[in-house]
Design a protein around this ligand. Structure first.
Ligand code: FAD
Ligand code: MG
Ligand code: MG
Ligand code: MG
Ligand code: MG
Length: 552
């Protein structure tokens, strides 16, 4: 169907001019990309197939290096240093790319059209609305904060998702100290103003708590000596531990470090509501509710789908999910020529048990109804590629291959017969699908998906010959097209005081000053341009030498 689309375009007379030329030169295929975040930027950077015409639509004309957003909140890094104008990225490309500063408000997959509303601040004009046709649509709009419908959160909390948020937080932190220094206040009032509450003990909440604590210790003590002892930082976490997604050693280290430093970590604490003055929490277990006066709250408890995505999922029958479902090639399930990646999407990995009969049939090359060791070995790579959970399962079970698994499942019977029938095969693999995990909503995933999808687009002709992606089993030679495969490179949790926890693949954990240096070098090298790299590094140096800038 893709190639038919191609011919249709070659036939259509181009609207611009209608010269003879347009009948000869096939019209470029139009790719519309929604979003200029990690996924979108990474797609654009890796795309190099000049047969496309790309239109980028995003309400934000710059990319944000989100891992450094927490550093902006207390002035370690300047906001502008972590933003790269998207036009800087596209002007360097050999591909025809245009940009519109607008948000997509509706997707119409039947007519291959999206509807947009310009977001440029221009009060003299009404809202500009327009539609864009596409041949391929790439949805990379990210996600939004999730308040879990907790009353008062939207009105009273800060969030940390965009550059504006980080700048607002920074201004608010500094203003809090200025306010607390005013002569007319009682100590009670000063304490309230200087009570900083962070909701959510994930990496963002923890890093902000650490940044704030450093700021107080390194700068506030010198600049606001009168009020330094009235500062309180509280971290509320609903589950039993902070930094859940990390190794236990890191969680323990962080909880102990925060404890020593006087950051009040309250575990099992659910926020039930927030008003202008107080935050109410319920303690898990005893169900006790408490209300505490606060000066500032950062809400950082996770993400949910944007309205555009919610609406689109309804439209295409995906119902009430947390993110758009795609297959392993990042194609939105159930509709043609629409791709989704990053935080707005999740991959629906195929289950082995659903395909088991087919896998068995393909592996059984001689149609004997049983599999030999040789037949197993010949198909294992393909099975592992199509179903990554198999590889994980083998690794966790410390088995080299499926043959060993089957042997284990068969027990003593294995000694007698050398071959395996379908029932035995099923029994051996019955637990495999329990290894499937959704990929985390991280920049690392979004970045790799963007690069992967660009590679697919760079080789689209080949891919269209294999519309189902790679055939399940060998024999198609060089046209095989791999499904997306995530490579986890590890993750960091900065904990303040120039100490960072690093968890690298293979459960390698390192915590302390040396990982902080690793953190500096990784984040300097991951910058999208030499310009932002230079800015970020000079911000770090400036802070080491002169301390933070506290003009609010
Ligand atoms: P985003 O980067 O959020 O980009 C979405 C884009 O879509 C934006 O340009 C937005 O303006 C645009 N958009 C929104 N609505 C529309 C619309 N209707 N139409 C068109 N465009 C639209 N991950 C890590 O791996 N490591 C980290 O250290 C890390 N630290 C983080 C720290 C913070 C404070 C935050 C908030 C996130 C952090 N993350 C980190 C997570 C990471 O930022 C996200 O997973 C990543 O940004 C997801 O990329 P994305 O492209 O899907 O979405
Ligand atoms: Mg994006
Ligand atoms: Mg981003
Ligand atoms: Mg995702
Ligand atoms: Mg056989």
């Amino acid at each position: 169907n893709g190639s038919r689309g191609h011919i249709a375009h070659a036939d259509a007379t181009a609207s611009n001019g209608g010269h003879a030329l347009s009948e000869v030169v096939p019209k470029k295929k139009k790719v519309v990309l929604l979003g200029t975040g990690w996924a979108g930027m990474s797609f654009l950077k890796s795309l190099n197939n000049p047969t496309y015409e790309v239109e980028v639509v995003s309400p934000r004309n710059f990319f944000v290096f989100t891992p450094l957003l927490p550093s902006v909140t207390c002035g370690k890094v300047e906001a502008r240093s972590i933003a790269e104008p998207i036009r800087n990225i596209i002007r360097k490309k050999n591909v025809d790319i245009s940009f519109s500063e607008a948000e997509c408000v509706k997707i119409d997959p039947q007519n291959k059209k999206i509807y947009c509303r310009a977001t440029i601040d221009n009060h003299s004009k009404g809202e500009e609305e327009f539609a864009v046709d596409y041949d391929y649509l790439i949805i990379a709009v990210g996600a939004q904060v999730n308040t879990f419908n907790t009353p008062g959160v939207m009105e009273n909390c800060h969030f940390l998702k965009e550059i504006d948020d980080a700048q607002k937080i920074r201004k608010n932190v500094i203003e809090s100290f200025e306010k607390a220094c005013l002569p007319s206040l009682s100590d009670e009032e000063r304490k309230k103003i200087l009570h900083f509450v962070i909701v959510g003990g994930g990496p963002t909440g923890v890093e902000f708590a650490a940044e704030l604590h450093d700021f107080v210790n390194e700068d506030v003590v010198k600049l606001y000596p009168k009020v330094k002892d009235l500062v309180k930082i509280t971290l509320l976490e609903a589950t039993d531990h902070i930094l859940n997604m990390f190794d236990k050693r890191i969680t323990n280290f962080a909880e102990n470090k925060f404890g020593r430093e006087g950051i009040d970590v309250k575990l099992g604490s659910m926020v039930t509501g927030i008003n202008e003055n107080e935050i109410s929490t319920k303690t898990r277990g005893n169900g006790k509710t408490t209300s505490t006066p606060y000066g500032m709250v950062l809400w950082s408890t996770g993400i949910g789908p944007r309205p555009l995505i919610k609406e689109f999922m309804k439209q295409i029958g995906q119902g009430n999910r947390r993110a758009l479902a795609t297959d392993e090639w990042l194609r939105v399930e159930g509709i043609d020529n629409v791709y989704a990646l990053g935080d707005c999407a999740t991959i629906n990995q195929r289950k082995v048990m659903e395909d088991i009969a087919e896998i068995f049939k393909k592996a059984d090359k001689d149609n004997s109804g049983t599999l030999t060791v040789k037949e197993f070995q010949e198909t294992l790579d393909d099975i592992c590629e199509r179903y990554p959970q198999v590889e994980l399962y083998l690794k966790n079970k410390q088995k080299r291959n499926i043959v060993d698994l089957v042997k284990e499942a068969k027990g003593d019977a294995a000694k007698e017969s050398k071959e395996v029938n379908i029932e035995e095969f099923k029994a051996a693999l019955s637990e495999v699908d329990s290894q499937m995990k959704n990929l985390p909503a991280t920049a690392q995933v979004a970045n790799q998906q963007g690069a992967y999808l660009a590679k697919c687009f760079n080789r689209m002709e080949e891919c269209e010959k294999n519309p189902e992606g790679p055939p399940r089993f060998r024999g198609t030679g060089r046209h095989r097209f791999h499904p997306f495969r995530y490579r986890h490179l590890g993750q960091f949790a900065p904990l303040g005081g120039e100490q960072t926890a690093a968890q690298l693949p293979g459960d390698w954990v390192s915590i302390g000053h040396s990982s902080q240096w690793l953190w500096y070098s990784v984040y300097a090298s991951k910058q999208v341009s030499w310009r932002t790299r230079a800015l970020v590094v000079s911000d770090w140096l400036r802070r080491f030498i002169f301390g933070r800038d506290t003009s609010g």
